[in-house]
Structure formats: structure tokens, C-alpha cells
Write a protein that binds this ligand. Structure first.
Ligand code: SF4
Length: 470
């Protein structure tokens, strides 16, 4: 089963999803609502939640403003701990770095903990094409990998599936008796993955944050697979987005608490893995590499209107609260990043022409900005992208003269009366009800204009109430 959605087919994908949706409660609707209510519960525990959020947002803003100098400090510290640094300008060079490291050590199987960046650079298909087997070890990722799908959510990859779906999948792929008991299913996956961990030559993890002042590479997980991937194999590769740097361990602790609360409604994730270089012997790897991936991030940094998007800590809260995501789930967005953050980041990373509908697929209700732990003004960024998109393909400008005419009509009573009279007549003689307005009346009614204008009714009421002069 593959995920057929393309990023530039968003409108079509959404229409198809709505048309083909099964009856009954949709897993992504149920799960997102549950996540939002848990997040709200946690937020309610901090009486000074707004102040903390403002503080964390401003620390993150400072990190981003200072990225170049933080990178310098980080690199010095990583080197001093023996971490081997690679820079990747784009997806292809990032994938090649991974492959080169594996080739050097003659490794053809790579254990991975969850990283959306590896989805972004399409590492799995690249490795498979070059004879390396990638094995996902996060349970959700393992499930979607077995299904041949991409994740539908950035923190809960299999959120579109029910336990019955997973039961049937394991029955078919792992040749076990059907069960939909979550504990049993988890045990089954654990037993399969344990064997993989014990035999692994190399592991790859994502990087939630790298701490500039200390050189720590921090990974946040709930299943412990991140720790296994970074301690059992002899070679470890950390894959990091260029913006994922924070200044200090103190900042990391603030971000970690906010990330856990916003993503899963936990006070803290079960594991916070801090890695600092190789540790030959039974407790750590012989070699640690970090691949720092640009892939469009430096352009976002240079784009002052969009730089704020680099603050994103990939918590997924904006997906959970989004009324559009709740209706359609993550796959129709195509690409890697769905929901409100995806509507901004996808056009920025892929180019507006490759995700042209993304900024428009929003009601601009503002729920995403309200829940975002680092206060990214997502609706404002979507509006900016909309105007860029329109300016990009303006062609003949019908809109400006139309608004000019509208302005003339609305600012002069005589013109206004004439225009509404004309509209009333069109409505009266149009044979098929009100005329359609492209792009509008497919989903909404074109409301009837009142047969008698309010002004006339008002004048009539006033006339009727005039006292007789006699
Ligand atoms: S935009 Fe904000 S809410 Fe959405 S994933 Fe990023 S940090 Fe979380």
C-alpha cells in the first residue's frame, strides 16, 4: 500500500479523501481531539502558562536570530568530543553522506529511530536503491513502513490507523495469529525489533536539539528505541536540520517540557537522550557522526518575513487542533509535513509552485497560532504566502479593476442604488436561480438579494408613521 498523494495535488487529494471517507469515527479525528484535550490539561497545570510560553518563544527567537554564531560554538564543542561533522546542502548530499559512512564500514542494514528529516530527504528509498535495508524502530514508524506508507502525523506516524488495522497488518506481514490487543501487538513488534537491535551495525537518529554550549545531541522519545539505536550499534549517525540548535542545557530543559506538553500532553517524555561523542566499549558507539542538513533552511533564514518558521519545534500541536487536519488526516497534504505547519514549511522548502494550494487550505481560524508553544504566527505566514503566490502568477490583473469598481459603487449612494437594482433584475430574470460565482458557489449559496431593499421598507415605515397634518 503506498501513499499516492502528491504535494501539488492538495485540493484534489482533499476532495477525494472527503468523498471516500468511511462511515463512523475517524481515527485521526478521535486521536487529535484526545491529544488537544491532554495538552490543555497540562497547560492548565501551569498557572503562569502564558508567561512561560512567552519566555520560551523569546528564547527560541533569540536562538534563531543567533544561529550562525551558535553553529560555530556547537561545531567546536562537537569536534572536541570527537563527533565527525558533515554538512549537507540538500537531500541528495545528506543521503550520500549516510551511504558513504555505511559503505566505509561495510554495513548494509541501518536501524533508525524516528526522524521526520529522514522522511524529508527520502532516505529510506535512497538506501533501498543502493542496497541498504533501513529498519524503522519507532512503533508507529515501523507500522507505516510495513504498510509501505509515509507517516500521517509528525509525532504520531500511524495516527490514521485503528488497532484492528494494525492487527490485520501484523497477521499478514509477520505471519502471526490475528490480535487487536495493543499490549500483545506491542510485544510482537518489540520481539521482532529486539533481534534487529542486537545484530545492528549502525544506527541513525534524529536530533530534536543540539546544545551549542555543551555539544550535546538531544533526542526525545517515548519508547526507548532512540537510546538503543544510539548505544548498541558501533556506528551512530545523527541527522539534524540546520535550525535545530539551542544555546544551553537550561534552554533545552525549557523546550523539552514545552515540547512534551504540546505534543502528547505529557509532563515529560519517557526518554531524553543526551549524546556527546563516541564512547568505545560496552556502553556506547565507536564512532558518532552528525549530518547537518540545510535543504532550504538557510533560504528561510534569509527570508526575513518567513524566518519565524524556523522556530518550529515539530511538536505537532497545530496539526491536532486544525479543523482541516481533523477532517482529512495527514496523507492528502502529500510530502512530509501536514497541517498548519506544513502549509507554511512545505511551500518554503519545496518552492511555492510545488505546494501551490498549501497556504490556501486553511480557514485562518487562528487555532494553530493559539496552541503553538513557540507562538509562530502561522495564519499570518499563510496570508503572506498567498499573496506571494498570487503575485507570482498574476497575469492579467482582473482583481484590481474589480475592487476599484466595487469601491466606486460602495462610496456613492447613487451608484450603490443603481448596482443593487441591476443585481436584483439579474436575479429576477436568471433562469437557474442565482448566477454561480466561480470558486465560491460550488460549496456555498449565492444569497438572494431581497426583492424590496431595506431602505425602501424603512422609508415606507417612516411614511406610515408620519402623523396626519389634519
Ligand atoms: S508550528 Fe508550532 S504548533 Fe506547529 S509543529 Fe511547529 S512548534 Fe508545534
Amino acid at each position: 500500500m503506498s501513499n499516492p498523494s502528491k504535494t501539488n495535488d492538495l485540493k484534489k487529494n482533499i476532495r477525494n479523501t472527503l468523498k471516500n471517507r468511511p462511515d463512523g469515527e475517524l481515527p485521526y479525528k478521535k486521536n487529535t481531539r484526545k491529544a488537544v484535550s491532554k495538552r490543555d490539561e497540562r497547560a492548565g497545570e501551569w498557572q503562569d502558562f502564558s508567561e512561560r510560553r512567552a519566555h520560551i518563544s523569546s528564547r527560541r527567537r533569540e536562538d534563531i536570530e543567533d544561529l550562525h554564531s551558535l553553529h560555530k560554538t556547537l561545531r567546536d564543542n562537537l569536534k572536541s568530543h570527537g563527533v565527525i561533522i558533515h554538512d549537507a546542502e540538500d537531500s541528495d548530499s545528506a543521503c550520500r553522506h549516510v551511504l558513504d559512512i555505511l559503505h566505509k564500514h561495510k554495513i548494509d542494514r541501518l536501524l533508525k529511530s524516528k526522524t521526520m528529516l529522514s522522511e524529508e530527504i527520502e532516505l529510506n528509498s535512497f538506501l533501498t536503491e543502493h542496497g541498504v535495508t533501513p529498519v524503522e524502530t519507532d512503533l508507529g514508524e515501523y507500522i507505516v513502513q510495513l504498510r509501505g506508507e509515509t507517516p500521517s502525523h509528525i509525532t504520531m506516524p500511524a495516527m490514521h490507523l485503528t488497532r484492528e488495522d494494525v492487527g490485520r497488518l501484523f497477521e499478514e506481514k509477520l505471519h502471526i495469529d490475528y490480535t487487536d490487543n495493543p499490549e500483545e501487538l506491542t510485544d510482537i513488534a518489540r520481539n521482532v525489533l529486539r533481534q534487529e537491535f542486537l545484530a545492528a551495525g549502525a544506527g541513525l537518529c534524529g536530533v530534536n536539539f543540539a546544545v551549542a554550549e555543551t555539544g550535546h545531541i538531544a533526542t526525545v522519545t517515548n519508547e526507548g528505541n532512540g537510546r538503543m539505536v544510539t548505544t548498541l550499534p558501533r556506528v551512530v549517525i545523527a541527522l539534524m536540520g540546520w535550525e535545530r540548535v539551542t544555546r544551553s542545557l537550561e534552554d533545552l530543559s525549557l523546550l523539552w517540557q514545552m515540547l512534551a506538553r504540546s505534543a502528547t500532553g505529557q509532563k515529560a517524555t519517557v526518554y531524553l537522550n543526551l549524546m556527546r561523542g563516541a564512547s568505545p566499549g560496552p556502553s556506547g558507539p565507536d564512532e558518532v557522526h552528525i549530518i547537518i542538513v540545510d535543504n532550504g533552511r538557510k533560504d528561510i533564514y534569509e527570508d526575513l518575513e518567513m524566518r519565524e518558521m524556523l522556530r518550529c519545534i515539530r511538536c505537532g500541536a497545530c496539526l491536532n487542533v486544525c479543523p482541516v487536519y481533523q477532517q482529512v488526516g495527514g496523507h492528502p497534504y502529500g510530502g512530509v509535513y501536514p497541517g498548519p505547519m506544513g502549509k507554511v514549511i512545505s511551500p518554503l522548502l519545496l518552492g511555492l509552485d510545488n505546494a501551490p494550494d498549501h497556504p490556501f487550505a486553511s480557514t485562518l481560524c487562528g487555532a494553530c497560532e493559539e496552541i503553538c508553544p513557540v507562538s509562530i504566527p502561522l495564519p499570518e505566514l499563510m496570508l503572506l504566502l498567498r499573496s506571494r503566490k498570487i503575485n507570482l502568477h498574476r497575469g492579467i490583473d482582473y482583481e484590481a479593476p474589480a475592487w476599484k469598481t466595487f469601491e466606486k459603487m460602495m462610496s456613492n449612494e447613487k451608484n450603490y442604488n443603481k448596482a443593487t437594482k441591476a443585481a436584483r433584475n439579474i436575479q429576477r430574470y436568471w433562469m437557474f436561480g442565482n448566477p454561480p460565482i466561480p470558486g465560491w458557489t460550488r460549496q456555498k449559496d449565492n444569497p438572494d438579494i431581497a426583492p424590496v431593499p431595506f431602505r425602501d421598507l424603512f422609508d415606507k415605515i417612516e411614511d406610515d408613521q408620519e402623523p396626519d397634518d389634519e
